[in-house]
Design a protein around this ligand. Structure first.
Ligand code: FES
Length: 294
């Protein structure tokens, strides 16, 4: 059982598909079956056009695999495998970061597959949904320091939200989901502290006085979260996802509408981090729903 999330600048949004390990062959075969536009040509490890980057969403579950000579040689030719990765592949059978989709088989692990796609196509425009416009609240963020002030508050709320959900899951004996929420809380907390340090260092207030978030709350604290002790595993994951999506959309809206290029630039690492957390939560939800059905 595996969730594969495909991500590319050539796709309007990421797509997660559920695959049964060993059943459907290579990542390229799964991509083709789901109309994911990974470029390919030879389908035999000899042209390098199906180059992908594979990220394991649960690093602890990274399984050893014997890399074929053909794939190793092609990755070397493409300059996409380091000496250390070659040694790790040869000695420990550990897969490198880059792979060839036509040579990479699905296994029992959740992965993110990133690829460049067809560079002759125009990149899709940044997406700012109506939710994003709502959660930006119509405010103008003039400087990177002010943006960091907002980000510090958003991330602190996100961490608190994850902590609440982790406690609920611990009480429900859903320990692995509680652990996931604690890890995500830690990421948000660390990011919020860095943002706070950057804001304070530049003399910004933590939250500028004129902020107009709906209901005077940050995107995440406004997310669905009933504090219900009987919250199911799936509901908890969905509540977490809703919060993270709102944060993600908030940062996307800042980037898409900022008048200052520096503010847009400051928002990008937060978009990336929130996007990664959204993908992790979507993968867990897909797996949870699959388990419920089977
Ligand atoms: S399609 Fe040619 S190496 Fe994969």
């Amino acid at each position: 059982m595996a969730n594969i999330t495909f991500s590319s600048p050539s796709m309007a949004r990421d797509v997660t598909v559920y695959a049964v390990a060993g059943d459907r062959g290579t990542i390229l075969a799964i991509a083709k079956a789901n109309k994911i536009p990974i470029p390919f040509d030879c389908q035999d490890g000899e042209c390098g056009s199906c180059l992908i980057e594979v990220k394991h969403l649960d690093p602890l579950a990274k399984n050893a695999i014997a890399l074929t000579e053909k794939e190793k040689e092609m990755l070397k030719q493409l300059g996409k495998i380091t000496k250390a990765e070659i040694a790790d592949a040869e000695v420990n059978d550990m897969p490198p970061k880059h792979r060839l989709a036509c040579q990479c088989f699905v296994r029992h692990e959740d992965i993110l597959v990133a690829f460049e796609g067809d560079k002759t196509l125009p990149p899709p425009a940044p997406q700012a949904s109506s939710a994003a416009r709502r959660y930006k609240g119509g405010m103008t963020i003039a400087t990177p320091a002010d943006f960091m002030g907002y980000a510090a508050a958003v991330e602190a709320d996100a961490a608190a939200h994850f902590d609440d959900l982790a406690n609920a899951m611990r009480d429900s004996k859903a320990d692995e989901i509680a652990t996931l929420f604690r890890q995500l809380a830690e990421q948000s907390r660390r990011q919020g502290e860095e943002a706070r340090g950057a804001a304070n260092g530049a003399g910004a207030k933590e939250i500028p006085d004129d902020y107009v978030w709906p209901h005077y709350t940050t995107p995440d604290s406004d997310a669905l979260w009933a504090g219900d002790a009987s919250l199911s595993r799936l509901d908890a994951l969905k509540a977490a996802l809703q919060g993270e999506r709102r944060c993600y959309e908030f940062y996307c809206a800042v980037e898409a509408t900022a008048k200052s290029p520096e503010v847009a630039k400051a928002a990008r690492p937060f978009i990336k981090a929130e996007g990664d957390r959204v993908k992790v939560l979507e993968a867990w939800i897909t797996r949870e729903e699959w388990s419920a059905k089977h």
